[in-house]
Design a protein. Structure first.
Length: 186
């Protein structure tokens, strides 16, 4: 599993993905109510694991340093599809021991689709404004041909491999693409 520049030494022991819908409850006269579906919400990705060995706390500190970084990043996992996500929770859940750390984490998926809302621009550390929710209407798509790789497509269109993976959450394994697939390049 990988998030931003941090790579887990081994995958977490447990993980779950929760899809949510927003539901509004409206009170009506005589003690009744009605519900209104407001649409899908962000996915929540939770899990937990252990670091074992003499450097267990050092590894947890490296993970905590990534948690302290601002902004969303690319979350890549062998089971989940790659997604832009915010690292929203990290918890040490074990009694302190010198060579064993049990932890839990939570990520919230960043929007990757047009929502009809005005996107908020943020300024990255390089001073450039970036848009966290791009418009799908202005997207550029590429049809995969036999022998193509995501790395080759990224190079051809002048984008980073990481941004190409983030723009294509439908690709579950970035190392495996098929001729005829559609890849969003911008």
């Amino acid at each position: 599993m990988r998030y931003k520049d941090y790579v887990w030494p081994h995958n977490p022991e447990t993980y779950s993905v929760t899809w949510q819908k927003k539901i509004a409850v409206h009170k009506v006269p005589f003690g009744r109510y009605c519900m209104q579906e407001l649409g899908s919400s962000y996915r929540v990705m939770r899990g937990g694991g252990v670091f074992v060995g003499t450097d267990a706390y050092q590894e947890f500190r490296r993970l905590a340093a990534v948690f302290d970084e601002d902004g969303a990043g690319l979350l890549v996992h062998p089971v989940w599809q790659a997604a832009g996500a915010y690292f929203v929770s990290l918890q040490l859940t074990e009694e302190p021991m010198p060579d064993f750390v049990r932890y839990t984490f939570e990520f919230w998926e960043d929007c990757g689709q047009s929502t009809g809302l005005t996107a908020v621009s943020t300024v990255s550390s390089g001073g450039r404004a970036s848009n966290s929710c791009e418009s799908v209407a202005s997207a550029v798509w590429y049809t995969v041909k036999k022998g193509d790789t995501l790395w080759g497509i990224a190079k051809k269109y002048g984008v980073t491999l990481q941004s190409l993976i983030a723009a294509n959450p439908q690709i579950k394994n970035p190392n495996l693409i098929y001729a005829g697939n559609q890849v969003r390049v911008k």
